[in-house]
Design a protein around this ligand. Structure first.
Ligand code: WT7
Length: 631
């Protein structure tokens, strides 16, 4: 696999990847262990869509993450695990230990009857067993579906039902900052409505008392007694599913994004090595949770495929204080640090007193992901964390893309604050106007699409291929539509401006406005609601909800609390609205469509220039909304 080292080489590689994509990716794929080679590198169309990479090849991603490294790296650390509480002892896991743990756990899964193609739900905190769980599933060809452990029982149940999981892997509880979360209890509540779940394996973390259902629930450590480490990796097809990860869209329930084995594997390692320019012996730290795609690709698969050493952190950036990230950087001498703008802004707001005690001199590369990074946060990160010596890679990508698509290569691509800069080799971005016409040239803005498949592109949405087509491939013919707006400046650099659909990005988490609305509407007193995003200093975007009630309620504060509780119950705390305005009507057109443009403006605090309201059924509702707008 090529490791790009200069800008000229990037340009040559980029050209190669466009002129001869198959030759280019075949070359990158050579260094992996394949049980059977491909008969064709790529077979695709974006109409159905039907995309196959490394056709007919067989492999196992865990053999490439683990077995292949053992001759040179058995005693190298794969993960430094840092617990939530800094007073608790860290754990160091070598490649050999990780290999043994994964193999043993595959035998537990097999003993429980899990087979190739079965779906296994993983709802766990950031403990080493979480990484083991993903890898053990992959090793036997079972499809993992990780659900972030902050989602509610209701949200978890929906995800388990959607892909009919046969098993749930979980923990007794979770430590997150000062909180102690009853994880198993959430699982119990969820699977009361999930008849497909035959077994639950519970890893003990907090010693929180749990109810174990006989015949269904067992403890992780008890399952491991007398289990062999002998576990040859299952041979899986390049296009067999590796995992499902649910994500929110502009309409309906979250969809299960499906990634397949071969292409995802090649792309995860390629992007990890090239974007971060990881060098032998360095320590990498991605602060995401494995419950999101960032954790899948850049905590588990990418770094392990590259034979890297990384940090896995259980806690939060603000516990026990806002210096925690920097304390961990110094503790493990982290060289490459990858986090989200929301964390940067929160730590910036906490003040430099939390940064000053730490040296941070091991840092060589800084990364950003999840949302547009504002120039101020970029500058602060560059100056106070990178000491103006570390290139910042602002990596743009999505759950659906599997890996980073637009990003600087650390130390190679000249950076510009707020810009994700240039596409990686193999990635062909285009900007289109409303009609789908491709906008050529530089100094332009449009909707961001990709016109050629890269190896880790979404294959389908689980159980509903038509939804995948509709969502990503039908807006513009023969293009993958990202849902993002984007500017290409005079230098051809890309700057992502944010979502152009009804998706909001709160602290780097994707939240569908329709989902929040339907949760709010569950409240007995609410008739209708409309949710929009607005700029938020720390979270990037905040959630602003307009609600219409059946009966006017005097106790608005109490009503607000009840709605927050409702949203927490249906989705989880991350989707709680920041502001709730009670209104008597919503601005609708004569055909009944809510004019969100107006609601967005009011939420942004833009109360005068509301644009054309002449098509509204009842323009008076706008005056009322403006009068009651929340600061
Ligand atoms: C959406 C995808 C990709 C991992 C985490 C989020 C936004 C992501 C950037 C960036 C500007 C970004 C986009 C994208 N986004 N990275 N560097 N600059 N925007 O994954 O939950 O699938 O969300 O996050 O709007 O579409 P996700």
């Amino acid at each position: 696999m090529i490791r790009i080292r200069t800008l000229e080489q990037y340009q040559t590689e980029y050209q190669k990847s466009v002129n001869d994509p198959e030759g280019f990716w075949a070359e990158q794929a050579e260094s992996f262990r394949w049980h059977t080679k491909w008969t064709q590198v790529l077979d695709w169309n974006f109409r159905q869509p039907d995309i196959k990479w490394f056709v007919d090849a067989k492999t196992n991603i865990t053999e490439n993450c683990l077995d292949r490294h053992l001759p040179q790296r058995a005693n190298q650390i794969a993960f430094y695990w840092e617990p939530n509480d800094p007073k608790e002892k860290q754990v160091e896991i070598t490649y050999q230990q990780l290999f043994d743990d994964v193999c043993r756990f595959t035998n537990v899964l097999k003993k429980k009857g899990v087979r190739k193609g079965d779906r296994v739900c993983i709802y766990m905190p950031m403990i080493p067993e979480l990484a083991v769980a993903l890898l053990a599933c992959a090793r036997i060809g079972a499809i993992h579906s990780v659900v972030f452990a902050g989602f509610s029982a209701n949200a978890l149940a929906g995800r388990i039902q959607d892909c009919s999981c046969c098993m749930v892997l979980t923990s007794d509880g979770a430590y997150r900052g000062a909180k102690d979360i009853p994880v198993k209890q959430v699982v119990d509540e969820a699977i009361a409505e999930c008849p497909t779940v035959k077994n639950v394996i519970v890893c003990k973390r907090t010693q929180t008392p749990v109810v174990m259902k006989p015949g269904r629930d067992t403890f992780w450590h008890e399952e491991l007694v007398d289990v062999s480490t002998n576990s040859p990796a299952e041979s899986v097809g390049s296009e067999d599913e590796l995992f499902i990860l649910y994500t929110s869209g502009s309409t309906g329930k979250p969809k299960g994004v499906v990634h397949s084995c071969g292409g995802y594997m090649v792309y995860a390692q390629y992007t990890f090595q090239n974007v971060f320019q990881y060098n032998e012996g360095e320590v990498f730290w991605c602060t995401a949770d494995i419950g999101w795609i960032t954790g899948h690709s850049y905590i588990v698969y990418g770094p392990l495929l590259a034979g890297a050493t990384s940090v896995m952190f259980e806690g939060v950036p603000t516990f026990p204080d806002c210096g925690r990230f920097w304390q961990i950087v110094d503790k493990y001498k982290v060289n490459i640090f990858y986090t989200a703008p929301t964390a940067i802004r929160a730590l910036e707001a906490a003040g430099l007193d939390f940064v000053m005690p730490y040296k941070l001199d091991s840092l060589r590369v800084l990364g950003s992901v999840g949302e547009p990074i504002n120039v101020e946060a970029w500058e602060w990160y560059n100056k106070n964390i990178g000491k103006e010596k570390c290139p910042i890679v602002d990596t743009w990508w999505q759950t659906e893309t599997g890996g980073i698509l637009i990003s600087p290569l650390a130390g190679i691509t000249e950076t510009k604050p707020g810009f994700a800069t240039l596409p990686l080799p193999g990635v062909q971005p285009v900007l289109v106007d409303e009609k789908g016409q491709i906008i050529e040239g530089n100094g332009v803005e449009g909707n961001l699409c990709i016109r050629f498949p890269w190896p880790s592109i979404i294959r389908t949405t689980y159980g509903d291929h038509e939804r995948c087509r509709q969502n990503y491939f039908a807006t513009y013919a023969d293009l993958y539509f990202t849902g993002d707006g984007c500017r290409r400046d005079e230098d051809g650099y890309y700057r992502i401006t944010g979502r152009v659909d009804d998706v909001i990005n709160v602290s780097g988490h994707r939240i569908g406005t329709a989902e929040v609305e339907s949760a709010i509407n569950m409240h007995v007193d609410v008739v209708e609601s409309a949710v929009v995003g607005y700029p938020h200093d720390i979270k990037g975007q905040g959630i602003y909800a307009y609600i219409i009630c059946v009966n006017e309620r005097a106790d608005v504060e109490q009503l607000r609390k009840e709605i927050l509780a409702e949203v927490t119950k249906i989705i989880g705390p991350i989707a709680k609205p920041d502001k709730i305005q009670v209104v008597r009507g919503l601005p609708k057109t004569r055909s009944g469509k809510i004019m969100r443009r107006i609601l967005r403006k009011v939420a942004e605090g833009e109360l005068s220039n509301l644009g054309d309201t002449s098509t509204l059924l009842d323009p008076a509702v706008v005056d009322e909304i403006v009068a009651g707008a929340l600061k």
